[in-house]
Design a protein around this ligand. Structure first.
Ligand code: Z5A
Length: 211
């Protein structure tokens, strides 16, 4: 299938501003008459949202690391087939709150599952689909966790230790080092207006001229 829209993902640890900035970019694109679809992972379809709630709720029975990884990709498969690919095929830009870089960071680095199984699953599930641009909002784990805590009760993954989130952050930075052309780091601990200027700069540089 020839995909015509652009696929942009937002990544980063807890509370770094992914949702806030994704909404900002959506509004900017709409103002520029670009059709846009907003989604998130895990989630984005009815079934994938059910998997999300399984993943984020605290259960009596612990979820194994392997089950967590497989559930992430099960949700992703539904999301790609039913939302992302159709939207890109009709020319919409897809803005997604997290995607596979989160799996490398949380399950690969955070849970210490390593990269090779994830690479295999990525190939199996995505069949070559990767984001055109990934905006990695980077801040010390403490900064984002503080913002997330202000929001209320923490979910199953948010309840992890600070050292877990330190590994997640390093996992993301390693991904960016491995794929510098796709993954662009923006400092998330600067004032929001500066974060958003950086995002618009990136978008102009990447796409607007060619659109
Ligand atoms: N997960 C995984 O393990 N593996 C995977 O493959 C995938 C996901 C895809 C999904 O949660 C969970 O799933 C996540 C990873 C895991 N686990 N955890 N924990 P999510 O993505 O839905 O939720 P989240 O990461 O916890 O996101 P969040 O807490 O909603 O944060 P956010 O979207 O990055 O931040 P925000 O809501 O836009 O902003 C937080 C607050 O900070 C808000 O009050 C803002 O107004 C404020 N803010 C934002 N930017 C600024 C600046 N620059 N200055 C000051 N204040 C700011």
């Amino acid at each position: 299938m020839k995909l015509r829209g652009k696929f942009i993902t937002f990544e980063g640890g807890e509370g770094v501003g992914k949702t806030t900035n994704l909404t900002f970019l959506r509004d900017y694109l709409i103002q520029h008459h670009i059709p846009v679809v907003v989604s998130r992972e895990p989630g984005g379809t009815q079934l994938a949202e059910k998997i999300r709630s399984l993943l984020l709720t605290k259960h009596k029975e612990s979820i194994t690391e392997q089950a967590e990884l497989l559930l992430m990709f099960a949700a992703r498969s539904q999301h790609i087939r039913h939302v992302i690919e159709p939207a890109l095929a009709e020319g919409s830009w897809v803005l997604c709150d997290r995607f596979t870089d989160a799996t490398y960071a949380y399950q690969g680095a955070g849970r210490n599952l390593g990269a090779s199984t994830i690479q295999w699953l990525e190939h199996f599930v995505q069949q070559g689909l990767t984001p055109d641009l990934t905006i990695l909002l980077d801040a010390p784990a403490e900064t984002g966790l503080k913002r997330a805590k202000q929001r209320g009760e923490l979910d199953r993954i948010e309840d992890e230790t600070l050292s877990f989130f330190g590994r997640v952050r390093r996992g993301y930075l390693l991904q960016a080092e491995l794929e510098p052309a796709r993954i662009k780091i923006i400092k998330a601990d600067q004032p929001l207006v500066d974060v958003q200027n950086d995002i618009i700069g990136l978008i102009k540089h990447f796409f607007v001229n060619e659109h």
